[in-house]
Design a protein around this ligand. Sequence first.
Ligand code: UDP
Ligand code: MG
Length: 355
Amino acid sequence: MAAKSTKTQGTTARGAAGLSIVIPMFNEARNLPALHERIAEVARFLKIKRNLAVEVVYVDDGSRDDSSAVAQTLPALPLDVQVVTLSRNFGKEAALLAGLEHARFGAVLFMDADGQHSPDLIETLVSRWQDDGYDVVYTAKAHRENEPFMRRLGVKTFYSLLNWRSRHKIPEDAGDFRLLSPRAAEALRQMPERNRFFKGLASWIGFKQVRVDYEPDERKHGVTTWNVWTLIGLSIEGLTSFSVAPLRVASALGLALAATALLFGGWILFETIFFGKDVPGYPSLVVSVMVIGGAQLLMIGVLGEYIGKLLAEIKGRPVYFVADHTVKSAEDGAQEIKEAKPVKVTKPRAPRAAE
Ligand code: UDP
Ligand code: MG
């Protein structure tokens, strides 16, 4: 791995004795007040029982409703409340990164804003981290049986491709609802890539990981932003981030086609020499041209995915921009920090060699 040094044990510059709860939100204004109330209850409990300071980082991912305004009015008691408003909708993965980078405490917990990730589980996740010493505590759906068959098949195929012959297996069914210990969160921050697939990255970093089964609740208000196409998009993102299996499939397919063509050619030669048939069938010709053409186009598409990724990484654009940032601290009531300009700055490009 690249040369950046990793902090060894639990402590970070961000202070270890605290938990930042990162919540990405896209049009979730109606879900916030109830969610916040439940999180505040958990925070109160954690403060008393474990003396753990808690902050919540709401990341407004370019909502079209007043999610940010609502979040800013939420009471900072007994926990700090940060609201990071992105300049537009960048997607959940970018919002998660924004939350991770703004989190001020060591440990970081990610959860959805729609109430599907029950705050009641936070205590369990914290206990696995603090009492049992796990670094990554991830949740996974306990039951998938009631999901549509095609979806389950899709998930299965995705993970078998993703994990095919890979040294490190990304657990199936793991969700974004997870807790990272200070050193795991710090490791995640060090991942330089712009194309992010959080579930994969959080697993890839290693350390002690443990699974907690849970049953997601129903969405309280609004509708999910995911559909078949966005899920396929995320799957391609995940696959190309973590695996070169699609490229290997291309090579394998090429090899298989070439071998078939060779056999077929041999057979035609045999027929011509021994049976005098010198005009092989026209349909077989068309079929083979189409098969080879189709396979080639498909594989050019696969190559294109990786090249597109390379381009995005090389351009080195920031993953998100912050339009507005407020911090309400539990202690001093309503101290506000406003930042008008984006906090992320693109690194200057290396000067070109003189031509
Ligand atoms: N979300 C986001 N940006 C987006 C889409 C979604 O921050 O572009 C947030 C959303 O507000 C929610 C979480 O990501 O808190 C999960 O989204 P959703 O409930 O739509 O997904 P599902 O639970 O159906 O997987
Ligand atoms: Mg949801």
